[in-house]
Design a protein around this ligand. Structure first.
Ligand code: T6T
Length: 328
């Protein structure tokens, strides 16, 4: 394991004043970081890893990518334990539950491994405050998910003419990102679009097929339904498939969070009105940079926000937009 104190001593012995503060890539080539995604097969995290590897290359360090095949704290915990056993210098993780991942991550922290979270947070996401069970991560690098949910609400409300019934297709409660998107969506509707009625959220466990069948059930109960907000990649994909399968593409607006190629194709075909593309490569890049900074003795902000690009039919063929489509 790379040790900043060991390096400082060596630096001092060699008379290299200021060595720690002016570290450059090959001085710390033995730094090892592991990125633990929410799940390995999701284009969002695959793209995040692309950004992480770009940062690793720039810094001359190693970043491994180790995760579970489903977005589930029960599956993520043993993967994390195996990573902890190998003892990297830092773990960058997208924790799959705000409370259930606190204790597993504390094991890493207590072993001296630097913990940062990317995409999702544990506890309330306020780190290094000296209060709360889960304030030990050094930084949280992510999209503004509350703001993104508000953005989705505005696109939805404008598309449906400011009135009618809509619902949120979501994963499950307890995931910081998707909880915040739903919260932002509902707050914006309540504050700015009083004639939009937000029906009960449908939870799909990250299963696009379930999200599709849930649309049919909601439609049967509410034949005038005007829109669905898919709060993440699989929710949005399923919502689009459900709307198409029910022959309602002309009548029902789908607003998607996330932008894999499949969703972008659905924008081109007119099935999805807008996709709020996160910038997962930025999250990976700045996540690795932040971890490196901590490990080399620099201070980092406890929260680092990354951007969005909204993809619609009007800009979907623009090459400056295409770079934000997630890698598969
Ligand atoms: O929306 C992303 C991510 O931000 C969220 O935390 C979980 O779902 C995705 O990975 C998309 O599937």
């Amino acid at each position: 394991m790379f040790n900043i104190f060991k390096s400082t001593v060596v630096g001092a012995a060699l008379g290299l004043a200021g060595f720690v503060g002016t570290a450059h890539a090959d001085a710390h080539g033995d730094i090892s970081i592991t990125l633990v995604p929410g799940l390995t097969t999701d284009a969002f995290y695959i793209t995040m890893n692309r950004g992480a590897q770009a940062a690793a290359k720039a810094l001359g360090i190693t970043v491994e990518f180790q995760g579970a095949e489903e977005f589930d704290p029960v599956l993520q915990t043993p993967v994390l334990d195996a990573v902890i056993a190998r003892g990297p210098d830092a773990i960058l993780i997208a924790p799959t539950d705000t409370t259930q991942m606190i204790e597993p991550l504390r094991r890493a922290h207590e072993q001296g491994i630097t913990v940062l979270t990317v995409d999702t947070f544990i506890d309330d996401g306020n780190y290094q405050t000296g209060s709360g069970d889960g304030d030990f991560p050094m930084s949280y690098i992510a999209s503004d998910n509350l703001g993104g949910g508000r953005m989705a609400a505005r696109f939805m409300a404008e598309a449906i003419g400011g009135e009618g019934q809509v619902y949120v297709s979501n994963v499950r409660p307890g995931i910081s990102t998707t909880d915040q998107r739903e919260e932002g969506f509902k707050s914006e509707m309540a504050e700015s679009y009083p004639n939009v009625v937000v029906l009960d959220t449908q939870y799909n466990e990250n299963d696009a097929s379930l999200a599709a069948s849930q649309f049919s059930a909601v439609l049967a109960r509410n034949p005038d339904i005007k829109g669905v907000f898919g709060a993440n990649l699989f929710s949005a994909l399923g919502a689009g498939n459900g709307v198409e399968g029910a022959g309602k593409a002309e009548d029902v607006t789908v607003i998607a969070f996330d932008a894999p190629q499949s969703i972008v194709d659905n924008i081109s075909s007119g099935l999805v009105d807008a996709a709020i593309a996160q910038h997962p490569a930025e999250i990976g890049y700045f996540g690795v940079m932040a971890a490196y900074a901590v490990l080399t003795g620099e201070s980092v902000p406890t929260s680092i926000g990354t951007g969005f690009t909204v993809i619609t039919k009007d800009n979907v063929s623009d090459e400056n937009i295409a770079k934000f489509i997630y890698s598969e």
